[in-house]
Design a protein around this ligand. Structure first.
Ligand code: AMP
Ligand code: TRP
Length: 332
């Protein structure tokens, strides 16, 4: 059986990018025997400036959205990273496996560090070591597959490198995982800035569809999406026409079509935008309805998370203990 693990950081409200790039694949990866684990990776939310009260609220909301999206706690394990100590225990061993140079090469680190520096906030050390904690998240469970969006490929590659290096030096300990990325909409772009990723922590939400946005708000954001100038109608060209390509990707992801073929159906941007807005509203409608029901009973979400943490701990503990022995630490 394939062990699946993935996570989302509670650093903002979840977006359409999170859903199409990650959560939707998770629902497809659920298995009857409960071999898939999905995690609210709250420790990762502490790597940049954060509001303590908000992290807890967003963590609960993310978990509620996992359930609303259709993840079934009978068939997979849902939990919060900070509830399972094995992640940070293993992270330290992997810090002793990784090099400073390879972490400084991570694209996301470079981008986020530049931003933190520019705003005068200072770069938290954990921002540099964060991909090592992510590797620990994954390797602690003997993971085979990591369903993520395109932007996380480099981190999963690093995880593979660390697993292979550890195994070579200290004996076989970890499975070597691989990233699984969706065929379309693996990188949903900001509707206002279609050359940047739709990210949940951007300052301006006008180009971001949040999963809990009202239908009228979704429609307005899509109708105002930046499109590209050009008089040859609607064509799918990610490099030359990023705005239109993004809308076609989203439409394809919502309706199951292919972006190139969908382009041929339109000669103007207006009707394309109307169809995209409608498709996104309909895609999110059941999720929003289910979210409203679940949010009315936060005790139930907390129960699911507590039970999930127990299951996760039991799975991770022996793997991490094995790593402690392999690297040379005395048994307690
Ligand atoms: P994050 O929001 O960075 O915690 O990402 C959680 C998951 O959502 C990861 O698998 C990301 O790759 C995925 N993801 C985030 N933003 C996007 C996006 N704009 N398009 C596709 N996938 C995304
Ligand atoms: N770094 C991921 C992101 O920002 C979130 C994450 C943390 C993750 N640990 C993980 C994803 C483990 C998959 C597996 O998107």
């Amino acid at each position: 059986m394939t062990r699946v693990f993935s996570g989302i950081t509670p650093s903002g409200h979840l977006t359409l990018g999170n859903y199409l790039g990650a959560i939707r694949q998770w629902v497809a990866a659920e298995q009857p025997a409960g071999d898939a684990l999905f995690c609210v990776v709250d420790l990762h939310a502490l790597t940049t400036e954060h509001d303590p009260a908000r992290v807890g609220r967003l963590s609960r909301q993310a978990a509620t959205l996992f359930l609303a999206a259709g993840l079934d706690p009978q068939r997979c394990t849902l939990f919060v990273q900070s509830h399972v100590d094995e992640h940070t225990r293993l992270s330290y061993l992997l810090e002793c496996t990784a090099t400073d140079g390879e972490l400084r090469r991570m694209i996301q680190y470079r981008e986020k560090a530049a931003k933190a520096e520019a705003s005068g906030q200072g770069v938290r050390l954990s921002l540099l070591t964060y991909p090592v904690l992510m590797a620990a998240d994954i390797l602690a469970y003997g993971t085979d597959e990591v369903p993520v969006g395109e932007d996380q490929r480099q981190h999963v590659e690093l995880t593979r490198d660390l697993a292979v290096r550890f195994n070579q030096r200290y004996g076989h300990t970890f499975s070597v995982p691989k990233a699984t990325v969706p065929a379309v909409a693996a990188r949903v772009m900001d509707l206002q800035q279609p050359t940047s990723k739709m990210g949940k922590s951007a300052e301006n939400g006008a180009g971001i569809v949040y999963l809990l946005d009202e239908p009228a708000v979704i429609t307005k954001k899509v109708m105002r999406a930046v499109t590209d100038s050009g008089d040859d109608g609607v064509v799918y060209d990610r490099a030359a026409r990023p705005g239109v390509a993004n809308l076609l990707d989203v439409l394809a992801a919502c309706t199951g079509g292919e972006p190139e073929k969908l382009a041929a159906r339109y000669s103007q941007y207006g009707p394309l935008k109307r169809d995209v807005a409608e498709a996104v509203v309909e895609l999110l409608r059941p999720l929003q309805e289910r979210h409203a029901e679940l949010a009315a009973d936060p005790g139930e979400v907390e129960r699911v998370l507590r039970e999930g943490a127990g299951r996760a701990r039991a799975l991770a503990r022996p793997v991490v203990d094995r790593a402690y022995r392999a690297i040379g630490l005395l048994a307690a």
